[in-house]
Design a protein. Sequence first.
Length: 713
Amino acid sequence: MVRPGDSGSIPGAAIASSRLDDLLIEAVFSVGAHLGAVYVLDPGDELLSMEASVGVPATTARVWARLRTSDRAPVALAVRERRLVWLGDRVALARAFPAAALALPYHFGLAAVPLCADGTAWGSLIVGWPTGGESELPLRLRDVLDDVGARMGHLLQQAHARGQPIVPHPLPRVLNPVRAHPPGPYAGLTAISCLSSLPEGYCHLDAHGQVTLVTAAAAELLACRPSEMIGRRFCKALPWLDDPVHEEGYRSAILSHRPTAFTARRPDGRLLSFRCYPSLPGVTLRVTPADEPGPAVEDTGGRTGAAGLHDLLHLATALARATTAQDVVDLVADRVLPACEAQAMAILTWDSGRMRVVAALGYDAEALESFNGRPIGVEHEHHDGDEAAPAFYGSADELHAAHPDVEPTGGMNAWTTLPLVALGRSIGTCLLAWDRPHEFGAEERAMLSALGGLVTQAFERAWLYDHKHQLAQSLQSSLLPKDLPEFPGLEVAARYVPLTPGMDIGGDFYDLIRLDDSTAAAVIGDVQGHDMTAAALMGQARTAIRAHAAAGASPGEVLARTNRLLTAQTPERFTSCLYVAFDLRRRVALLASAGHLPPVLGLPGGPAEIIDPSSGLLLGIDPDAEYVTTTVNVPPGATLALYTDGLVEVPGGDLNDGIAALAARFAPTPCHSLDELADELIAASGEEERRTDDSALLLLRSSAPPDALRSGV
């Protein structure tokens, strides 16, 4: 997952990036918004990276710098569904995207617009307004956003076609929209003169929280010279204001575009009142003396340290959804790295006593090669979960003092390692790196340690899941046939699709059995449940059906004998099954069903038919159940489809309607290969995340038999 360098090194891409900035500023001002950001979709259509933002605090932009297209976020939804997403207020955001609302507890409405060209999405634009609670976005604003989104999409498409695509920087750029309305040559002096004539003190902070203007009255109240404040972050120039509550006042004013207020006490005990007025970008602070402690920050939730409580909750919520090691890797790259303002990261795991790079961001190939194969050392190999702890190296000297044999790589000059633990044993580390020496204060160490704990817990869950899933997949593959036998005069295609990555074993199965040179037995079934018991029952059912079929039993008798076995072995689990004996000489199919869905027969040049054989009870209910054999003619070129309910079931829909819909779209032709047809039917059943069950499909086509078979007719 190593990413290319920034787009600034490519002149054509730099021009396109600058034009994209202009369009973003135009969009924000044209619709009267107070914040906006543009995301660019990566070539793999999986990752959305924030290229630039306007009016968004830099710390907030870093947390939302990268999103997966599968994430539950307005930006990702707009790209997935190629439509504008409108959320009129905080309540609408909480209902549709609770995790995002938890991380952004501010009052504003927003719209996310896909950047499309010729039907292809290239990214997304998001803009925000002070909330009015409107249920619908006004048509005029919608038209403006659609137009800007189309122009942005066309710009990204052209840059890609030239071979100079826009590649976002590791950290999103925060634009200054003043360039869209250039001030006069003396605007700065005029502003200072105007504000200095007022009795209150005034300061202006940009989107990074840096002081860009301070009046003499404000400097006097803050007991600090203007030269000591300009160009520095407000809370760093005045350490007594470096408090999460005060920082939240600044962030809330920007994101909600509403004034906020707080009080703070100078080191000498004098109490000051601060009023934050949002502008674009940043905020203007009015500073006045205060006799009594005023209210805390209005309408906000307090922050806790460098990343902030909401950012940590956002990360925790995202990591809690990770089910595989790759999910954790993606989330660390997308969320943790920007939040820490680091320039590079690498996920390293231990393999036979040596390091192996799982994924990386910000490191070049040479640096990664130096990691791969490096001995991990005793200090890692024998650490258990209690001993493993984050390590911090603020400079190359500190790293050398702790590990004399380790040489810095990739141009980095500060590092922290977050251990990855599974089953109480160290299995790897998450390495974060900074390109300059970095002083890790107590608060930042605490924040990074908390992040390390979240990453460790997520990685342990994912590591255990991966191993469990590999075992389940191995079992599943052993229960389904690896290869289907070939028959002269019969074409066959089969597919199996599990429900979701979280469901380890499906209950659906299929099989094709050679009875003799001209007779094939096709089987499809669905075992109740998605667990090891269901898998064991599936194996028993397949084995029993094969044994009774090989013994020459009729279709009805095959099911009756299998039913008696399953009733005795697993009386609390039921199985549906359809057994078809396909006689290629006589061109007939003998069917017997145990509560399974009816097959569909596609006829050459005509509509498909739903074959509804007399169905008996599910296997495993009544040991004395009987199953009737039904005969169906299968002319040359006809195709028989056997399937399970995952292929036709729609949440809230009628199963019979799903079967009818399958028959309506089932139109095989002689020139249409069964493999292509099988893929189309699986795709038509819906996206994987929307399926309600796993799906099995078995297609059989009666083709013109060879002369050897014709002579036996």
